[in-house]
Design a protein around this ligand. Sequence first.
Ligand SMILES: *[C@@H]1O[C@H](CO)[C@@H](O)[C@H](O)[C@H]1NC(C)=O
Ligand SMILES: *[C@@H]1O[C@H](CO)[C@@H](O)[C@H](O)[C@H]1NC(C)=O
Length: 361
Amino acid sequence: MNMMEYMLHAHADAVLLTAGLAKEFKVRGYPAILMLKKDVKYNYSGPRTREGILDFANRVGGPLVRSLSSLQLFQHAMDRHDVMFVYVGATSPLKGNYTSAAEELIIHTYFFSASRDVLPKVVSLPSLPAVVVFKDGAYFTFNVERDGDLKSWINRERFQNYMKIDSYTLYAMGETGKLVLLALVEANSLCKESLRYKSLVEKVSSENRETYSRHFHFGYMEGGDYIKGLVMGEVTLPSLIVVNLSNDGYFLPPGAMETERHLLDFLDGVLESSIECQGGNSVHQRIRRIIYDIQVTLTPLISQAPLFGCFLVGFPLAIAIFFCYLCRKARSNMSEDDDEGDALSAPSPQSRKKLSDKKSD
Ligand SMILES: *[C@@H]1O[C@H](CO)[C@@H](O)[C@H](O)[C@H]1NC(C)=O
Ligand SMILES: *[C@@H]1O[C@H](CO)[C@@H](O)[C@H](O)[C@H]1NC(C)=O
């Protein structure tokens, strides 16, 4: 509550909403956090942490594109942001595209603009205007021939090349249409093998950026709970997995992952479809998922509170049976009516008998 008040004070023209109004604004998934600013609603999709939410409010509440007027400001922003998009140059059609991309993607990342002389001399830009992303200790310039649509490029590039990934980040990464290679490691103290997996993924991601960053996000995830739900089974830690969030599919390495070569072969195998995609969103898998979800929800409940658990299962079941009964009854009544009214259909011996019964009445 305090936080919400703080935000209302901080941004007089923006309002932060939480779950209560969710239905009215048609948001999927709880708890929903959205912010209204000049009648535009912004849906927060990041991690549910204090820092994450405050950063979101600060981002959306401020200017869409923040101007960096000096080298000091640029350096300051660089220190604070792991990934930073900067428009460089005067007003142009590209600036229009940049601003309209910012309108949509400000919920995920900050947008800056600067003149050429503000950027450090070492940054070389082939031409102006330009859009540059600074991340992973390097910078990458948008190239319309190579990268296509600016908004899609920003959406693909807004993650660090290798990073810690939680379930919210994973979901957001899925929206870019790329696959995600994850090192699954323990939540707290890491064993030697976990550290090896992490550094293997980090090394491969940074050394093969050109080849794989178009298709993959890379990172590590702590704990196996989220992936357990995706694969609907047990997950060994540490391990490697590639997930396709577009269809809930996943790929497991065919053998031991000892060297970079093994990992590169795994990634190639996924791209060339020589490694089988498991899971997915076929009807069969969806039914399996529903059953799995019910199982996962009910098992701890029934073991902790058996009576309440039985009620929870039994009550809807009883209602369902009652409705079935009502439907059957209604249908049998209706078919009797049909038989009486429908002169064209040949009456069955049974209904003929009924008719004659009625006549004799
Ligand atoms: C800029 O926006 C226009 C209009 O939406 C679009 O046709 C064009 O492809 C965009 N250009 C880039 C580089 O994204
Ligand atoms: C990931 O899923 C999408 C949507 O079903 C599909 O088009 C794409 O080919 C999949 N990628 C791989 C590598 O299987």
